[in-house]
Design a protein around this ligand. Structure first.
Ligand SMILES: N[C@H](CCC[C@H](N)C(=O)O)C(=O)O
Length: 280
């Protein structure tokens, strides 16, 4: 008997995922489902798969799988889309709700106009400097220090937003051959679990242009946790203010690293593209 599964295609700043409501549908093998259906030619086409579920400690839960099937701890753009989904599907009437993730419980603040969620702010929690693993197995932090891969050496800053990010500031981000250089640094030995790689160009104290090579998905139009990591790295390196617009290929996100609470707040869109049905 074929198993029919309804899915919703959504994106945040162009970072697109396949969303399945596991309150209704069971996905036995999400890793292979993510790989198969993320393919743009033979599948649906997406940056990965997001499972929306119940939770005993929050209003809902999220699991996120990259296009290569690897499961990540957190996804900023997907958390906003989940807020939109659960409100517009009538699963909640709350406009402030909590989402359980592998990197803790996140709080979502929905902006609603005529029943439609137009924007979401997520409390992404406190950033940390991501520890890197040196050749002798010892750990260290990386703040604007040389990191080399292939024939390339850049000054990198490693930041964790629940998932790992290597933020590299450059003078001209459009000149970076992301498809060639991204994977070299994704697999850098500093990061045994691999890393998301952001190349960032400072436009002003209030704006940064960033392009991203995501761990497990490659070049994406935007990365929510990556935008947060970029803002944190920019503040740590005295390049921007604590509230900054991160402009990515798919659009902007506004990031605020609150000095009183040390929490990072991410604000941006959440867009429903279409609904579909699959036979598993
Ligand atoms: N590729 C990321 C997960 C997706 C994060 C990104 N799409 C976001 O919006 O935060 C990782 O493996 O950590």
């Amino acid at each position: 008997m074929t198993n029919r599964v309804k899915f919703t295609k959504m994106h945040g700043a162009g970072n697109d995922y396949i969303y399945v409501n596991t309150l209704k549908y069971t996905i036995e093998d999400p890793e292979s489902f993510a790989k198969k259906w993320s393919c743009y030619r033979t599948g649906i086409g997406s940056d990965g798969l997001v499972l929306i579920g119940s939770s005993s400690v929050a209003d809902f839960s999220m699991r996120i799988f990259n296009a290569d099937g690897s499961e990540a701890m957190m996804c900023g753009n997907a958390s906003r889309c989940i807020g939109k989904y659960v409100f517009e599907e009538g699963l909640t009437k709350k406009t402030v709700l909590t989402l359980e993730t592998l990197s803790g419980i996140k709080e979502l603040f929905l902006s609603v106009q005529d029943g439609i969620v137009t924007e979401v702010t997520v409390d992404m929690g406190n950033p940390k400097l991501e520890e890197v693993t040196l050749a002798d197995g010892s750990k260290d932090i990386l703040v604007y220090q040389a990191v080399s891969a292939g024939n390339y050496t850049f000054k990198g800053t490693a930041v964790s937003m629940g998932n790992p990010h290597l933020v590299i500031f450059v003078d001209a981000v459009e000149e970076i051959d992301l498809a060639k250089i991204g994977p070299l640094f994704e697999y850098h030995p500093y990061f045994p679990q691999r890393v998301n790689v952001e190349f960032a160009q400072i436009i002003s104290k209030k704006e940064v242009r960033m392009r991203v090579w995501e761990r497990g998905s490659g070049i994406t139009s935007a990365c929510g946790t990556g935008a947060c990591a970029t803002a944190v790295a920019a503040v740590i390196n005295q390049k921007t203010d604590r509230e900054v617009k991160i402009v990515m290929d798919g659009g902007p996100l506004t990031i605020k690293w609150d000095s009183a609470t040390q929490k990072v707040f991410m604000t941006g869109d959440a867009v429903k593209v279409y609904e579909g049905e699959l036979s598993l």
